[in-house]
Ligand binder design. Structure first.
Ligand SMILES: Nc1nc2c(ncn2[C@@H]2O[C@H](COP(=O)(O)OP(=O)(O)OP(=O)(O)O)[C@@H](O)[C@H]2O)c(=O)[nH]1
Ligand SMILES: [Mg+2]
Length: 300
């Protein structure tokens, strides 16, 4: 019952606005800057979705949230021609139909028009979301996959819209929202700050050329909320040239982020050899969500 409620809430949360219905007339935008990993048309429609995690904790490495009681739902997005057509055809149907599917595809249009969630969902007034941001290619989707399933797909598609994951574990429901890091999507990042319980900012620690850009975006985001806790994930620590978390601390000027909770964790999401970082990050998020849920009275 609890997990079904979580799913329904997410769908409601991402209900389309009236503006979306006009998207039929729009042409798809080509916004990818990262080369596609799969052949266009072959498997370009990244519609990965799963309703219930049934992994056994005996698998090595164990899923981060390995629990028979845990479930997750994920709404992926990608902007291929095929997706766009399907999306525009389905907008109206999704607006009205009873939610029976746990899978949907959203587009940049959905991100552009996404505004405050409808007020009727009980959690709407609370900060319940873990917002996952960072430049394109930093590893946001990979991190979310690790937390949800304990594994990463071999080929992760760029997120050309948003990607929402709900992880339900016993009575705790944690919503994650990744907005793609593509240059054209970064302007929308700040729109999602107000519902965030925590900002997870993922950085590719093997690409120092991008640190100044990441720093600029991070500080701009933080300037809109002086108390929002921050978790910086220094990803791709498996790569030989990756920089240490101390260097990243300096490069991102994390000493200048003001008086807020801050975590800086080195991680990597390579298949088969997940380190302790990704698990530590998960544990902290779980604790924060628990505290928040109790404070909000969401857990009974
Ligand atoms: N070596 C290494 N590669 C990684 C790691 N994490 C992610 N990658 C790779 O980095 C690329 C980008 O990963 P994504 O998870 O798609 O990055 P993202 O931040 O979601 O990117 P956008 O959705 O475009 O904003 C993919 O090819 C991943 O396989 C890591 O820890 N180590
Ligand atoms: Mg992504």
């Amino acid at each position: 019952d609890g997990s079904k409620g979580g799913v329904a809430y997410l769908i409601w949360n991402y209900a389309f606005t009236d503006e979306d219905t006009t998207s039929k007339s729009r042409e798809p935008e080509e916004i990818g800057t990262r080369p596609r990993l799969r052949e266009e048309g072959k498997d370009g429609n990244w519609t990965y979705a799963k309703s219930t995690s049934k992994q056994s904790s005996a698998k090595a490495p164990p899923p981060v949230n390995a629990s028979e009681a845990s479930t997750f739902t994920k709404y992926g997005s990608s902007l291929t021609q095929e997706d766009w057509e399907r999306e525009t055809e389905n907008v109206e149907r999704r607006r009205t139909k009873e939610v029976t599917t746990r899978e949907t595809v959203v587009s940049v249009a959905a991100v552009q028009s996404f505004s405050a969630p409808r007020a009727s969902a009980s959690l709407d007034t609370k900060k319940t979301q873990v917002l996952v941001l960072g430049l394109d290619g930093a590893g946001k989707t990979s991190v979310l996959q690790c937390w949800a399933t304990g594994n990463v797909e071999e080929e992760v598609e760029p997120t050309n819209g948003f990607n929402a994951v709900s992880i339900n574990k016993e009575e705790l429901h944690i919503e994650f929202l990744e907005i793609g890091g593509n240059e054209k999507l970064r302007q929308y990042w700040h729109k999602y700050m107000s519902k965030a319980l925590l900002l997870v900012f993922v950085v590719d620690s093997s690409d120092p050329d991008l640190f100044p850009v990441a720093k600029e975006h991070l500080h701009e985001l933080l300037s809109t909320d002086s108390t929002l806790p921050l978790m910086v994930l220094a990803n791709k620590q498996d790569l030989p040239d990756s920089c240490s978390i101390t260097d990243l601390h300096d490069a991102l000027a994390l000493s200048e982020i003001g008086d807020r909770k801050m975590f800086l964790i080195g991680i990597h999401t390579r298949k088969g050899e997940l380190g302790s970082g990704i698990r530590s990050a998960w544990n902290m998020i779980e604790k924060m969500a628990q505290i928040s849920a109790v404070t909000c009275g969401c857990v009974t």
